[in-house]
Design a binder for this molecule. Structure first.
Ligand code: UD1
Ligand code: UDP
Length: 377
C-alpha cells in the first residue's frame, strides 16, 4: 500500500476503562478522516483492565477498533505492572517506529506510554494535559505531571489546565512549526469526554436500561467509588458508607468497580438495602443511568464531568478535584470522606440555574487530529 508510506503513524496507548471511552472518539475520527489527514493509528491495549465489563464491552458497544496488540499486563503493584508495560511498549515502538505516541489521561498505562516514547525520542501527544489535583499522593497526579513534562503536544481540556502548565513553566512555543519536548505545543482542544457523551447519548437505550434491565422505579441516585485514597483506607471507606447507609430515603444504584468490590468483601462491608450493588456497566448503560438519575455521588474524575454534561448535581468524595470549574459553578461539591458533610451535602443538593459552556464545543477529536498534522499552525 503506497499511500501508507505517506501517512504519519500515531501509536495510541490505552489500558484502563476511561481511556477506552476517550479512544472511542479519536479512533473513530482517525478511521474516518485518516486518509485525508495523512494519519494512521496503531492501537495498543496494555491490558491494565481486562474483565469483560471493564474492557471488551466498551470495544463491542462503542465500535472502537480492535486493538492491534494487547500486552495483557493485568493487575499487580504499580512498579511491576508499569515496568511490564514499559518493556512491552518499548519493543513495539522500536518495531513500529511511529511518528507520534498518543496517550490519554493519568493512569499507569499513560505514564508507561509516555516514558517508553520519550526514551526513544518519539514525540508524545497527551490528551487531557494540564490537570492537577495538587495531591502528589495520588498515583494519577504523579502520572499526569510526569507525562506533561515529557510531552510535545499538551492537548488541554480547559483554560485552567493551560494555566496549571504555565505555573510549572510549560508554555506554548508560539507558532513553532515543528513542536518538540523543549518547544511544546500547548492548546485548549476542549474535553474529549464531552464529545463522547454527545455522540453516545443518542445510542443509549434509557428505557431498556432503567425499566427492563434494572427495573428501577422512581427517582434514584447514581454512585461510583474506586479511588485508591478511598478504597485503600478502610477508615475513609467506612466513613463514606456510614453516610450512605444513613441516606436510606434514597434508592442508590452502585455499579461497583472490581477494586472496590474486592476491598468491601475483604473487610466484610455490606451496605444498606437501599444501596443496590450491580456489576460495572458498559458506557451506554452508564449514560442511561447518568441521564435519568437525580444526583451523582462519585470519586471518579470522568463521572464528575458527565454529571454536569447530563445536568445532574454531583457530590464528590475527594478533598480536591482537577475539574475546579464544576465546584466554582456549584455543579460539584467536594465532601472528602466526612460522614456529616456527605449527609448534609446530599440532603441540600440542588441543580444550579446556570449551565455554562466550560468544556469546548464537542469537536475535540478533530482539533487533536489537526494539531498532530500541523494543520492549525
Ligand atoms: C485505574 C487508574 C485510575 C483510573 C481507574 C479507572 C492507575 C494508577 N489507576 O485504577 O486512575 O481512575 O483505573 O477505572 O492507573 N481489577 C479487576 N479487573 C479488571 C481491572 C482491575 O479485577 O479488569 C481489580 C484488580 O484487583 C486490580 C484492581 O482492580 O488490582 C485495581 O486495578 P488497577 O488498574 O491497578 O487500578 P484502578 O483502581 O482500576
Ligand atoms: N463508567 C462506565 N461504567 C461504570 C462506571 C464508569 O462506563 O460502571 C464510565 C464513566 O461513564 C466514565 C468512565 O467510565 O466515562 C470513568 O471511568 P472511571 O470512573 O473508571 O475512571 P476515572 O475517570 O476516575 O479515571
Amino acid at each position: 500500500n503506497e499511500g501508507r508510506f505517506l501517512m504519519r503513524e500515531v501509536l495510541t496507548v490505552v489500558g484502563a476503562r476511561p481511556q477506552f471511552i476517550k479512544a472511542a472518539v479519536f479512533s473513530r475520527h482517525v478511521r474516518r478522516f485518516g486518509d485525508t489527514l495523512g494519519l494512521h493509528e496503531f492501537l495498543v491495549h496494555t491490558g491494565q483492565h481486562y474483565d469483560d465489563n471493564m474492557s471488551e464491552i466498551f470495544f463491542r458497544e462503542m465500535d472502537i477498533p480492535t486493538p492491534d496488540v494487547n500486552l495483557k499486563v493485568g493487575s499487580g503493584t504499580h512498579g511491576k505492572t508499569t515496568a511490564e508495560m514499559l518493556a512491552g511498549l518499548e519493543a513495539l515502538m522500536m518495531e513500529r517506529k511511529p511518528e507520534i505516541v498518543l496517550v490519554y489521561g493519568d493512569t499507569n498505562s499513560t505514564l508507561a506510554g509516555a516514558l517508553a516514547a520519550s526514551k526513544l525520542h518519539i514525540p508524545i501527544a497527551h490528551v487531557e494535559a494540564g490537570l492537577r489535583s495538587f495531591m502528589m499522593i495520588m498515583p494519577e497526579e504523579q502520572n499526569r505531571r510526569l507525562t506533561d513534562h515529557l510531552s510535545t503536544w499538551l492537548l488541554c481540556p480547559t483554560d485552567t489546565a493551560i494555566k496549571n502548565l504555565r505555573d510549572e513553566g510549560i508554555k506554548d512555543g508560539k507558532g513553532v512549526s515543528r513542536p518538540s519536548p523543549d518547544k511544546k505545543r500547548v492548546v485548549n482542544v476542549g474535553d474529549i469526554m464531552l464529545e463522547a457523551s454527545l455522540y453516545y447519548r443518542e445510542k443509549a437505550d434509557v428505557k431498556k436500561t432503567i425499566n427492563e434491565k434494572y427495573g428501577i422505579k422512581g427517582s434514584f441516585t447514581l454512585l461510583t467509588i474506586h479511588r485508591a485514597e478511598n478504597t485503600d483506607d478502610p477508615t475513609r471507606l467506612k466513613s463514606i458508607f456510614t453516610a450512605l447507609d444513613t441516606l436510606s430515603e434514597r434508592t442508590i444504584i452502585f455499579p461497583v468497580h472490581p477494586r472496590t468490590r474486592k476491598i468491601m468483601s475483604d473487610i466484610g462491608m455490606s451496605p444498606g438495602r437501599h444501596i443496590r450493588m450491580i456489576d460495572p456497566v458498559g458506557y451506554l448503560e452508564m449514560v442511561a443511568l447518568e441521564s435519568e438519575c437525580d444526583l451523582v455521588l462519585t470519586d471518579s474524575g470522568g463521572v464528575q464531568k458527565e454529571a454536569f454534561f447530563f445536568s445532574k448535581p454531583c457530590i464528590t468524595f475527594r478533598d480536591s478535584t482537577e475539574w475546579v470549574e464544576l465546584v466554582e459553578t456549584g455543579w460539584n461539591t467536594l465532601v472528602g470522606a466526612d460522614t456529616d458533610a456527605i449527609i448534609t451535602a446530599v440532603r441540600s443538593s440542588r441543580r444550579p440555574a446556570e449551565h455554562p459552556i466550560m468544556y469546548g464545543d464537542g469537536r475535540t477529536a478533530e482539533k487533536i487530529a489537526l494539531e498532530l498534522v500541523g494543520g492549525t499552525r
